[in-house]
Design a protein around this ligand. Sequence first.
Ligand SMILES: O=C1CC[C@@H](CCC(=O)N2CCC(COc3ccc(F)cc3Cl)CC2)N1
Length: 303
Amino acid sequence: MPEESSPRRSPQNIPYQDLPHMVNADGQYLFCRYWKPAAPPRALVFIAHGAGEHCGRYDDLAQMLTGLNLFVFAHDHVGHGQSEGDRMVVSDFHVFVRDSLQHIELMKKDHPDLPVFMLGHSMGGAISILTACERPSEFSGMVLISPLIVASPEAATPIKVFAAKVLNFVLPNLSLGAIDPNMVSRNKKEVESYTSDPLVHHGGMKVSFGIQLMNAVAKIERSLPKLTLPILVLHGSPDKLCDIKGSYLLMDTVQSPDKTLKVYDEAYHALHKELPEVSTAVFKEILTWIGQKVSAAGGPSHT
Ligand SMILES: O=C1CC[C@@H](CCC(=O)N2CCC(COc3ccc(F)cc3Cl)CC2)N1
C-alpha cells in the first residue's frame, strides 16, 4: 500500500474526506452544505454568505426554501468557516466569484433543466452580483439581503479607505478593526449567537481584505448596468455595515424590468437574523418572491 499522504483537514481539524466539500481552482478545499427537498426539486438556489461568517448561518433560511421544493446549496468561501485559507484573506475578490461559479456549474451538471437562483447577504450580495454579471443569462433571479454595493461611511470611513490604500503596500496585514456585532442585529440573541459562533472569524479585517472589498465595490458600480435578471433587494434603513444607498443605486441602475426593493425601517444589517417581526417578514417576502419566479421560470408545474 503506497504511503498515504495525510488527509487534508479543515481548520477545525476534520478530514475533508468526512465532510461534503469541493476543491477550487487553486486546490483549496471548500466545505459545502446541501439542503435537498424531499420531493423532486423545482429549482436550484445558491447561497453566498457574508464576510467573516459561514454558510451554516443560513440553515433556517435554506430549510424554509426546501419547503418550496428548492434544492439549496452553499459553501464556506475561501478563508471562512470550515474551508481552507487564512482567515478573511483572499488574493483577489474574483476568487469568491470563480468558486461560486464552479459550485453552480457542478450542481447544474446533475440538474441541467432546473432554473438557478442566487441569494447573497452583504459581501455575499457583492459576490452574487458579480457572479450574475459574469453569466448574464444563467440565472432566473437573485435575492440580495443588505448587499455590499457601496462602502458604508461607517465601516469604511474615508480615512480607513485612504489608510487601506496606502497601508496595503507596507502593512497589508494591519487590522482595520473587527465588525461590530451590535451593528449586525438588534436581536440580542442573534448577536450572542454570532459572537459565540466558533466558525465565525471575530478577528479584525486586514487592510488587504478591505482593499479586495473596495475592488469589488468599484467593479459592481461598473457592472450594475449589465444586470437584466429579476432582482429582490431587502435592506434596513439604518444599516451601518452596508449603506442602503447601494440598494437605491442598484434600483436606479440595473436594466432588470423585474426589480423590487423592500426597505425595513429601524432594522439592522442581518435582516434574516433580526427581531422576529422583521425576520419573519423577510422570510415570507423571499419565499413568496422566489415561489412566483420558479412558477414563472417554468419549473415542473406544481400540480
Ligand atoms: O450575519 C452577518 C454577520 C457578518 C455580516 C456580514 C458582514 C459583511 O459581509 N460586510 C459588513 C462589513 C463590510 C465592510 O466593508 C468594508 C470594510 C473596510 C473597507 F476598507 C472597505 C469595505 Cl467595503 C463588508 C461587508 N452579516
